[in-house]
Structures are given as structure tokens and as C-alpha cells.
Design a protein around this ligand. Structure first.
Ligand SMILES: Nc1nc2c(ncn2[C@@H]2O[C@H](COP(=O)(O)OP(=O)(O)OP(=O)(O)O)[C@@H](O)[C@H]2O)c(=O)[nH]1
Ligand SMILES: [Mg+2]
Length: 260
């Protein structure tokens, strides 16, 4: 058989389940650390429940992903996960999910491992959101998750510090209301409201535009160019204010490729 015929026959098996997102649908990718419970506790001995080094590695990885060949408007990270909002006009890899999942998981794993100096792996999934309202809800959902995890994490580690076993602390927490968890922390001198916002809300990364003035080497005339730069926000607003921030990012989406 000629190679071209052989290639055509075999290609079908490779591409038969190659799902693509339709035009007009927002794509959000979520990249999540694999087995980070073990990595944090047994391998790297990160401070619990929150370690500034872990936060900074996740933010640096998010910033890398926002410049790795996709058109991304906003990156959000909390715990061991990163969510990326792609431009509505994202055209990378013909919007093929297999490419998004494999490339973003690979890039995140490579960057995080490089920064940490110990092997770490991430998975990735694509979420398809048909409206800006659902995009906003998606990011509010992840922030709610961060908030819940922060309260549970602080309570859990305080119970452990008082001598409770893993099982005892988990059982005690599972029967408690949010108010009781707040009271538990308060009785040990911690006001949950006073904890750093990045722990309760996660961190966001987005692009801003800056104007730079230079000299045109051809005629020595002054020229002004616009550059995009990444900004990291560790004190994100919440609720309606967060929704307004996301709305602004979505409104400014010109979908221009090649700006990463
Ligand atoms: N000590 C410590 N642990 C952290 C920190 N950030 C995230 N983690 C841990 O990372 C884990 C993230 O949760 P999951 O993604 O559900 O757990 P996982 O072990 O990664 O499991 P899979 O994602 O299913 O592979 C939790 O156990 C967190 O406690 C941190 O700053 N310090
Ligand atoms: Mg994980």
C-alpha cells in the first residue's frame, strides 16, 4: 500500500473522537494538580493549610499558561487549580479539546516542576459556557470553593494541632455549620474575616495596556507603542464587584490573536 493511502486509513482512528468547541461558546480550561495532597504533605512539606511558596508557584504557572500560545483573557488560581478564560474568538488548534487538554496540562506540569525542583503533574479539562453570565457564575463558583476550602482547611489544621487524629478532625468538621466553624476558629484566637484575602478568594491574573514612548531609528522621531503586561491581583473583589470586574474583562475582549 502507498504511504498516503495507509496514512489516510489510519488517521481516521486517531481523529475519530476529536471534539472541538463550536464558535460562539466561551471556553474555560481548568488545570488541577495531581495528587497534591501527597505532594504538599509528604514530599514538599508545605505549610498547612496555606503556604506562600505554593501560592507563588501557582501564580507563576498561571502567568506562564497565559502566554503559551492561546488567547487568554483571565487566569484564576486557588489551591492546586488554575482556571483560564479563553477569548470568545480563540482559534488555537481549531478549538480541539485534545490539544487544549494535553498542551495546558503539559505546560503547567513543566513550569511547576521547573520552579519547584520536584516532579509534579497536572490534569486539564475544558468547560464550555454559552453566555457571559455563565462565565461570571463559573468564576464566582470557583471563588466560593476557595472560601469554603479556606474555612475547612483552617478548622481542620487547628483541630489537628489540638491533638485530634485525621479521622477525628474530619468527623467533627462534617457535623458543623459555617457559624460553628467560625466560632471554633474564634475560640482559638483566629478571626476568619481577618485572614489574608488570597487564602479566602484565590488570586487573579489579567492583562493591562501600557504606553511606551521610544525613538524611531529611521528618522529619530518619537513613537508611542502599546504593550500588554500581566497584572497579578491577590486581593480580588467578591460577589457583584467580582462580577463587574469580569464583565470589564469580557467587554474588552477584542480576540486579537498573536498578542500572547
Ligand atoms: N499544605 C498545603 N496543602 C495545599 C496547599 N494548597 C493546596 N494544597 C493541597 O492540595 C490539595 C488539593 O486538593 P485536590 O485537588 O482535591 O486533591 P489532590 O490530592 O490534588 O487530588 P487529585 O486532584 O484528584 O489528583 C488539598 O489536599 C490541599 O490541602 C498549601 O498551600 N499548603
Ligand atoms: Mg488536585
Amino acid at each position: 500500500m502507498k504511504f498516503d493511502d495507509f496514512d489516510n486509513i489510519m488517521r481516521v482512528y486517531e481523529t475519530s473522537c476529536d471534539h472541538c468547541s463550536l464558535p460562539g461558546i466561551y471556553m474555560v480550561t481548568r488545570i488541577d494538580g495531581r495528587n497534591f495532597t501527597t505532594l504538599s504533605r509528604k514530599i514538599c512539606h508545605f505549610e498547612a493549610p496555606f503556604d506562600v511558596k505554593m501560592r507563588d508557584l501557582m501564580i507563576e504557572t498561571t502567568r506562564r499558561l497565559m502566554r503559551c500560545g492561546f488567547t487568554i483573557l483571565y487566569g484564576y488560581t486557588q489551591s492546586d487549580e488554575i482556571s483560564l478564560l479563553h477569548s470568545l474568538r480563540e482559534t488555537a488548534f481549531s478549538r480541539k479539546h485534545r490539544k487544549f487538554n494535553s498542551i495546558l496540562a503539559g505546560e503547567a506540569s513543566a513550569m511547576f516542576t521547573h520552579l519547584l525542583g520536584t516532579p509534579a503533574a497536572f490534569d486539564c479539562r475544558v468547560c464550555e459556557l454559552p453566555s457571559t453570565a455563565l462565565v461570571t457564575d463559573y468564576f464566582r463558583w470557583r471563588m466560593e470553593d476557595a472560601h469554603r476550602n479556606a474555612l475547612n482547611g483552617h478548622c481542620y489544621w487547628h483541630l489537628r494541632a489540638t491533638g485530634k487524629s485525621l479521622k477525628e478532625a474530619t468527623t467533627q468538621l462534617s457535623g458543623m455549620s459555617v457559624a460553628q466553624k467560625n466560632e471554633l476558629l474564634f475560640s482559638r484566637g483566629i478571626n476568619f474575616n481577618d485572614l489574608p484575602l488570597w487564602q479566602k478568594r484565590g488570586s487573579g491574573v489579567y492583562f493591562t495596556f501600557i504606553e511606551k514612548t521610544g525613538i524611531d531609528p529611521r528618522d529619530r522621531s518619537p513613537v508611542t507603542t502599546t504593550r500588554r503586561q500581566l497584572v497579578t491581583e491577590m486581593e480580588l473583589p467578591m460577589n457583584d464587584d467580582y462580577a463587574a470586574m469580569l464583565k470589564n474583562i469580557l467587554r474588552a475582549d477584542d480576540g486579537k490573536p498573536g498578542l500572547h
